[in-house]
Ligand binder design. Structure first.
Ligand code: NGO
Length: 537
């Protein structure tokens, strides 16, 4: 052990004489305040500001870890994937700490971080055990579990670890024993790149921020009335013409295959799966404008740059509609390695209802034909769905939406919870929010956090729910900084709803941890809304 580390340890250990171990587990138990004065990441409750709150956190007050210039990341006998995760983490930490952090197979020493996938299968894909003493050890069953554990370690390190430039140390983490795994397998957010287009770099920025809270799915709303944003070689005008504008009439854009692959790769590096959405049969004006033959009357409408919904429809009786969708889903499936494709299905107000019921199963078959499972907005639950489908609840606890969710359950589909009155990130926080919508009500931070996916809808319980997703519709959001303003601070709460057991969540305790994110967001230059309800640090 190097002498600087010994000195720090002695000094800090002195603060802990006679302090009992703290246990953070069970329903919102606030541990006694014992770690005051240990820096920004210690809250008034004495537990670090981790979001999502881990299933179990036990402080080991006698222990302390310090990362220093001799620290290594040790991966012995692991897959190449774990080594890749390790190298990426090393590169990230190198920027702020300046340390080399070589990935090594030598036995771990004090000050090292060791990573292993030799953990029990019961940890699942994302679970991990993290021990902090003289060393940090992360044990999981998969490389993804190791990554989730490293995400926790990032949050345990001082906020300045997020900086892009060299910062002075020390890089100290308090001793702890963490065991953790998610409540739900799907913890997502959605970015609407159709109403306003966001560049590859902007999407990457959103991935960076979401990933810090263990979000594992990014649903991309790639086609709507206002723009088609993903390249389809067999129907090129979808992007060259249908993607040319956005809301307000400003130039739009679209992702080439190479660019979309770059998003997929970047997301995968963060263990985030992309769910591509092609909204059908409504929300299709961009496609209808691009190809006259897709319209029942054979006449292409003009491009649309307003914000109304529910006025467009594919032509359900025409065979070309299915030739078109077959090509589209094939090319989207080729570009998207994830298991799901979202076919939309919402607000088909001008599609005759009988035709809607006929359309969805046909479109769904074109998705499953490509080896993908079907995801769609709640309306698709009215039609028979292929096994393994997901219906995305976007109601406001209203009878019609709740009924649709129950219809999904009745036919064995999974329900993804995106209640618009809680997790629509495009709703304003209060009447002074400079952008956003209000149709689902105002959503202050507490309202976005204080609900539970397994009790929201009668007849839809824990085992029916695959997870939660916070959609961010972009009618009023033309810059990524505005996206950040709407997502932060609400998105971390949705991430916690998806991860942390319901019994361990309470708003009063959570808001303290949320307040502790501010120093990190300042360093990351996040344009967050400093809501008055939060005790910001
Ligand atoms: C609705 C509508 C979208 C809007 C959004 C705005 C769904 C599933 N369809 O949600 O087209 O953009 O509200 O909040």
């Amino acid at each position: 052990m190097t002498s600087p580390r010994t000195r720090t340890f002695t000094l800090v250990a002195g603060l802990f004489v006679g302090v009992p171990a703290l246990l953070l587990t069970g329903a919102g138990v606030a541990a006694p305040s014992t770690q005051e004065g240990l820096g920004a990441q210690a809250t008034q409750t004495g537990t670090p500001d981790l979001i999502p709150r881990p299933v179990s956190y036990e402080a080991s007050p006698d222990d302390e870890f310090e990362l220093d210039k001799l620290s290594q990341i040790v991966v012995t006998g692991e897959s190449g994937e774990t080594r890749t995760v390790a190298s990426r983490f090393a590169r990230q930490l190198h920027r702020s700490t300046g340390f080399g952090l070589p990935v090594s197979t030598q036995p771990a020493r004090d000050g090292d971080i060791s990573l292993s996938t030799k953990g029990s299968e019961s940890l699942g894909d994302e679970g991990y055990q993290l021990t902090v003493d003289d060393q940090v050890s992360i044990v999981a069953h998969t490389a993804e579990g190791v990554f989730r554990g490293l995400t926790t370690l990032r949050q345990l390190l001082p906020p300045k670890v997020e900086a892009q430039t060299r910062q002075p140390g020390p890089w100290v983490v308090e001793g702890a024993e963490i065991t953790d795994e998610p409540r739900f397998p799907y913890r997502g957010t959605m970015l609407d790149v159709s109403r306003h287009f966001f560049s590859v770099d902007e999407v990457k920025r959103y991935i960076d921020l979401a990933s810090l809270y263990k979000i594992n799915t990014l649903h991309m709303h790639l086609a709507d009335d206002q723009g088609w944003r993903i390249q389809v070689d067999s129907w090129p005008r979808l992007t060259t013409y249908g993607g040319s504008l956005e809301v307000g009439g400003t130039p739009g854009g679209s992702y080439t295959k190479r660019q979309f692959a770059e998003i997929v790769r970047y997301a995968a590096d963060h263990y985030i799966e992309i769910v591509p959405e092609i909204d059908t049969p409504g929300h299709t004006n961009a496609a209808l404008a691009s190809y006259a033959e897709l319209n029942c009357d054979g006449i292409a409408p003009p491009l649309y740059t307003g914000t109304d919904v529910g006025f467009s429809s594919l032509c359900i009786p025409k065979p070309i509609t299915y030739e078109f969708l077959d090509d589209v889903f094939r090319e989207v499936a080729e570009q998207s390695p994830g298991p799901r494709i979202h076919l939309g299905g919402d607000e088909a107000h001008v599609t005759p209802h009988e035709q809607y019921l006929e359309f969805v199963p046909k479109a769904a078959a074109l998705v499953t034909k490509r080896g993908k499972t079907v995801q769609g907005w709640q309306e698709i639950a009215e039609t028979p769905l292929p096994p393994g489908s997901t219906a995305q609840y976007w109601g406001t606890e209203d009878p019609r939406s709740d009924g649709l969710a129950r219809m999904a359950v009745a036919q064995g589909a999974e329900v993804l919870m995106s209640p618009a009155n809680h997790v629509y990130l495009d709703m304003k926080y209060d009447e002074n929010t400079p952008y956003g919508l209000t149709w689902a009500g105002l959503i202050p931070v507490q309202k976005s956090y204080d609900w539970d996916p397994a009790t929201l809808v009668d007849g839809v319980s824990e085992e029916d729910v695959v997870g939660v997703e916070a959609p961010l519709w972009s009618e009023t959001l033309d810059e990524i900084s505005k996206v950040e303003f709407m997502a932060f601070p609400r998105l971390p709460g949705v991430a916690e709803i998806g991860w942390t057991p319901a019994a361990d969540r309470s708003w009063d305790e959570y808001k303290g941890r949320l307040g502790g994110q501010a120093p990190r967001w300042e360093i990351l230059d996040v344009n967050y809304f400093a809501a008055e309800e939060i005790p910001w640090q």
